[in-house]
Write a protein that binds this ligand. Sequence first.
Ligand SMILES: Cc1cc2nc3c(=O)[nH]c(=O)nc-3n(C[C@H](O)[C@H](O)[C@H](O)COP(=O)(O)OP(=O)(O)OC[C@H]3O[C@@H](n4cnc5c(N)ncnc54)[C@H](O)[C@@H]3O)c2cc1C
Length: 394
Amino acid sequence: MDHQPTDFDSVISGAGLVGLALAAALGREGFSVAILEAREPVHDWPADSIDLRVYAISRASQRLLESLGAWPAIAPLAQPYREMQVWDAGSEGEIHFDSAELGEPDLGHIIESRVIERALLDVVEGTGTVTRFCPARLQTLEYSGNRQHIGLDDGKSLTARLLVGADGKHSRVRDLAGIHVQVSDYGQQALVAVVETEKPHQETAWQRFLPSGPLAFLPLHDGRCSIVWSATSSKAQALLALDDQAFCRALGEAFEYRLGEIRAVGDRVLFPLQAQSAEAYVKPGLALVGDAAHVVHPLAGQGVNLGLKDVQALADELHAARASGRNPGAFTVLRRYERARRGDNQLTLAAMSAFKQLFGSTLTPVRLARGLGLKLFDRATPVKAQIIRSAMGL
Ligand SMILES: Cc1cc2nc3c(=O)[nH]c(=O)nc-3n(C[C@H](O)[C@H](O)[C@H](O)COP(=O)(O)OP(=O)(O)OC[C@H]3O[C@@H](n4cnc5c(N)ncnc54)[C@H](O)[C@@H]3O)c2cc1C
């Protein structure tokens, strides 16, 4: 017999990092929560393997993970990066960020997605207030009598005062709620892989802007690097088709051999790149968080970080509503969350698109201005400090 409860304060659809963090935050505060996830989580993996999904986690995200009690399980597998080196293929411009200049121990951490997922799952399991439905897919949705009526693909029905769509960029919750999403295709794909380099990564995150898109090398805790090579779709396909040796040569050259020769490359995977923005984040009894609400270019590594900021903001509003006896699904409560987050997310979306345009241009005046701008910027210590602190989410 099935003893799982079916009525909740909140149902969260999607147990990616954003959905799990929200479940942990609400569960720890005593909300009754259900979390639905279509795929089984990964608990174990071979010791020498690296997840292809690797994230640059900001200081603000680290603080949230600390406050949830997830950080101690993550820290031993997190690689701090203390410096950032960014340069332009089309000009002389180069910028260098150093955590020492800011009086900070590091600029952030590079962490495998599955490491954060496992740590958050453990926190969620420990709350005693979160019920996991997995594998389960949300299929139908109806809002009536101040309750969301949710149908799952296995025939189960759940009800909740608040349904949260944390189900990623193809969000079913968003579609069923009739929330329109603006999509603009960057015309690029990101090739992701783990590589071994001749020289050590020096605890530095490296990024070179090429005319076809940015190429990033992120330092991993086992000494290797995770690369994200964004390029026009045809170029990305061509890179994917190369044999390992030819790919390593092309990568080394594109990276100007800053870390020497590329000695080995693992599996290569392509991700299509799009910018997306939901026209609304909330409706009565419903909120969108993370990629369901907004998708940005990975060039500044902000996607998960923005999603975790959504989690913090929504959890804060729900706690405040509860403290004053208000319904967590009330539109006025949810609108406060939307107002707190939409501006920041839109700004990041616009900045990423502008960056892509600026560095994608091969026009001589743009290239010259870019080189000069980067050089001036590199010398403007207070401006640099301000920018990097904002990227750290501080
Ligand atoms: C190449 C690349 C590099 C990136 N690098 C970075 C980086 O360095 N730093 C960073 O912050 N961000 C980065 N990002 C962005 C980051 O991947 C996303 O922002 C992040 O994964 C969004 O998390 P999410 O939990 O909102 O969505 P997702 O990770 O997409 O999770 C959604 C979950 O919902 C589940 N789901 C979907 N539909 C249903 C349904 N109907 N029922 C039940 N479950 C469902 C899915 O199985 C999934 O587990 C990168 C992205 C790309 C493409």
